[in-house]
Design a protein around this ligand. Structure first.
Ligand SMILES: [Fe+2]
Length: 279
């Protein structure tokens, strides 16, 4: 815990005690003045001018104290918010390091999540999406294949054609990701995005066969970035596809595998930012 907290408590206690003294003094002065007015109306022991001056001073003092307290509480609130965000980020980073370790083991997937995240964020930027959505894409992009850590290496890194049973195992990775991320309640949108990242626009994807707008926008963006990186990266069993082939494959996937709207945005973006081809 921040040791500055210790220095704030005494200030707050002194401030509260002083306020109490001021209020009690104010009460006593007012009471005395009232009694004098009632029982000795002709006397002028304490003039109204002096009283008004004291009242003005006290009001001003209380007002300044109130502002200081508000400022202090606001600063405390912001510090707590920052600490909370840092804690959340630390949890995400811990999990992200697991997927990075998993990807590093295999030449086929090395750096995949980071590249997918970079592409997804570039698409979001091009679409003019807000910071909250971009943050969601950033976290979801890094964690999207976290479910693969629950799949045997022999299946995950197999070069030969997968059996039906092995393919079913691979297809379970979005649900496995949801199970892994379940304790992180603040990742609700990210979990939905990850669950849907292998759904296809025409409903032929997995795990639920959702289609079109039933799939959240973040997952549609992630799917385009994921497909692009898969084609643009070399695998143990094949080289990266030629650029012309990748472009034609993306065009063919419009409204079948991928959202046509997002594919079109991405194709324009590739022309504007050729560095996105770099791995
Ligand atoms: Fe995946």
């Amino acid at each position: 815990m921040d040791n500055r907290e210790g220095s704030r408590r005494p200030y707050h206690s002194v401030s509260k005690a002083f306020k109490l003294v001021v209020v009690v003094l104010l009460f006593i002065i007012t009471l005395v003045r009232l009694l004098l007015l009632v029982y000795f109306p002709e006397t002028d022991i304490v003039s109204d001018k002096v009283l008004l001056f004291i009242l003005l001073f006290i009001s001003l003092y209380l007002w300044i104290q109130e502002l200081r307290d508000r400022y202090y509480l606001q600063r405390l609130h912001e510090e707590l918010k920052t600490a909370h965000e840092q804690l959340k980020q630390a949890e995400i980073d811990t999990i992200a390091s697991l997927i990075k370790t998993e990807e590093e083991k295999d030449v086929n997937t090395r750096g995949h999540s980071e590249r997918v995240t970079k592409i997804a964020l570039a698409i979001a930027e091009e679409m003019g999406l807000d910071k909250k959505t971009k943050d969601t894409l950033s976290r979801g992009g890094i964690l999207h294949d976290i479910g693969k850590i629950g799949i045997k290496d022999a299946v995950l890194h197999k070069i030969e054609k997968l059996t039906e049973e092995e393919w079913e195992l691979i297809k379970s990775h979005p649900q496995k990701a949801i199970d892994i991320l379940e304790p992180l309640k603040f990742l609700a949108i990210e979990r939905n995005m990850i669950l849907n990242h292998h759904e296809r626009y025409d409903g032929s994807g997995y795990p639920a066969g959702r289609k079109g707008n039933e799939i959240c926008r973040e997952a549609l963006i992630l799917a385009v970035a994921d497909a692009f990186d898969a084609m643009n990266s070399s695998r143990a069993y094949r080289q990266a596809l030629p650029r012309e082939k990748i472009i034609s494959e993306l065009k063919n996937a419009r409204n079948t595998q991928l959202s046509a709207e997002i594919v079109d945005i991405f194709l324009k973006l590739l022309e504007k930012r050729p560095e996105l081809w770099e791995k």
